[in-house]
Design a protein around this ligand. Structure first.
Ligand SMILES: Nc1ncnc2c1ncn2[C@@H]1O[C@H](COP(=O)(O)OP(=O)(O)OP(=O)(O)O)[C@@H](O)[C@H]1O
Ligand SMILES: [Mg+2]
Length: 357
């Protein structure tokens, strides 16, 4: 008899890339067939993929990306997470890397990098397929890179396909009309998962993660129902199941009980309004620069602060100019992690800074 509950706990971790995506067969195949021409050197269709958190967009994109890479044709698939790589230069550096272009030590500007990347793609008749995940997190003023990539044929004579991935359909509507038109009619919507689909997802994952017999069907049902209630979110459902396993383990069991699953659901609900939002926020904070993270830490401890108070507090911990700190605040505001309001105070007008929720 094996010890414990988990055979392979990593199969329930956020980084795990499942071999199958139950419930997303038609979306994966829509994306794959739009992009497949790239393998033969032909222009793929641009795509706009949207849907709520935890509906499988990133996983499906990574799935197709692997397929394109394995086809070993003319396609050069590139994955960019625009939250982490939110500037044109960062996006283009990622593309250069995928093309195997060495980056010069001296930093190049966006325009020059774009020229080099396009020249390289054109010379080898390779087809770039750029997945812009979390494209709504591109830093303000950086969306010209979308324009350039989506019109690369006319602008640079290179063959490029762009897949934009966002939570809301509204993102596309807000884009420049010329960019928007290059995505016209190529939307793929990821709907919320139904409780049945979530059960299927959980069963597949549970089979890898737990020892046989450790995870009964009622537990799967409860975690799936919770995920369905929280927006049809597979991330929430999986995380709840993982936590239920942890609770059972803590209680010294070899089989998860309904009570363990209930405890996991309650603690997930308590942890923040929503487990997924919490995890997403933590991931975003992890990706910040040290200076930005210090600002977040201070605001977490102190709540709302005026800019003067924030600068003073910050400088007690680390010597930096007000301008630099203000710059961090501006970046955090652009990433929608803090709110900045102009308010009247005894010292005249000042900025009040709070963490966004
Ligand atoms: N059909 C599925 N089968 C198995 N696992 C899935 C499926 N859909 C999603 N998942 C899992 O759920 C989690 C969230 O999925 P994913 O990251 O793809 O969602 P997303 O739509 O990109 O969410 P977000 O908008 O928050 O970025 C991941 O751990 C992923 O492995
Ligand atoms: Mg995602």
């Amino acid at each position: 008899m094996p010890e414990g509950i988990f055979r392979n706990e990593a199969a329930l971790s956020p980084e795990y890339l499942p071999e199958q995506l139950p419930g997303r067969e038609s979306e994966v195949s829509a994306i794959a067939s739009a992009l497949r021409p790239a393998c033969e050197g032909r222009r793929p269709r641009n795509l706009f993929v949207f849907g709520g958190p935890g509906t499988g967009k990133t996983s499906s994109a990574r799935f197709v990306l692997t397929e394109l890479a394995e086809a070993a044709g003319k396609a050069v698939p590139v994955y960019v997470n625009c939250w982490r790589e939110g500037t044109a230069v960062a996006v283009l550096s990622r593309i250069s890397q995928a093309l195997g272009l060495p980056l010069p030590r001296r930093g190049l500007g966006g325009e020059e990098l774009m020229m080099r990347v396009m020249e390289e793609a054109r010379a080898d008749k390779r087809v770039l397929v750029v997945f812009m995940d979390e494209v709504d997190s591109l830093s303000p003023g950086e969306d010209k890179v979308l324009y350039d990539l989506s019109r690369a044929g006319e602008l640079f004579g290179a063959v490029v396909g762009v897949v934009c991935i966002a939570n809301n359909r509204g993102f596309l509507a807000a884009l420049d009309a010329r960019v928007r038109s290059s995505f016209a009619g190529t939307e793929v919507e990821f709907r919320q998962y139904s409780p049945l689909q979530l059960k299927e997802i959980l069963r597949t994952r549970a089979g890898k993660a737990f020892f046989a017999g450790a995870c009964p069907e009622e537990v799967i049902g409860l975690c799936a129902a919770h995920g369905a209630k929280m927006g049809g979110d597979a991330r929430v459902a999986i995380e709840t199941l993982w936590f239920a396993g942890r609770v059972a383990e803590k209680n010294g069991r070899r089989k998860i009980t309904v009570a363990d699953a209930r405890e996991a659901i309650e603690s997930g609900t308590r942890k923040g309004a929503e487990t997924a939002a919490f995890t997403a926020l933590e991931q975003k904070i992890e990706a910040l620069s040290d200076g930005e993270r210090l600002v977040v830490d201070i605001l977490r401890k102190k709540g709302a602060l005026t800019s003067g108070e924030l600068y003073a507090d910050y400088r007690r911990r680390r010597q930096e100019s007000e301008r630099t700190i203000r710059n961090y605040v501006d970046k955090l505001e652009a990433k929608r992690l803090v709110l900045v309001e102009e308010v009247d105070s005894s010292e005249g007008r000042t900025r009040k800074i709070t963490l966004a929720r």
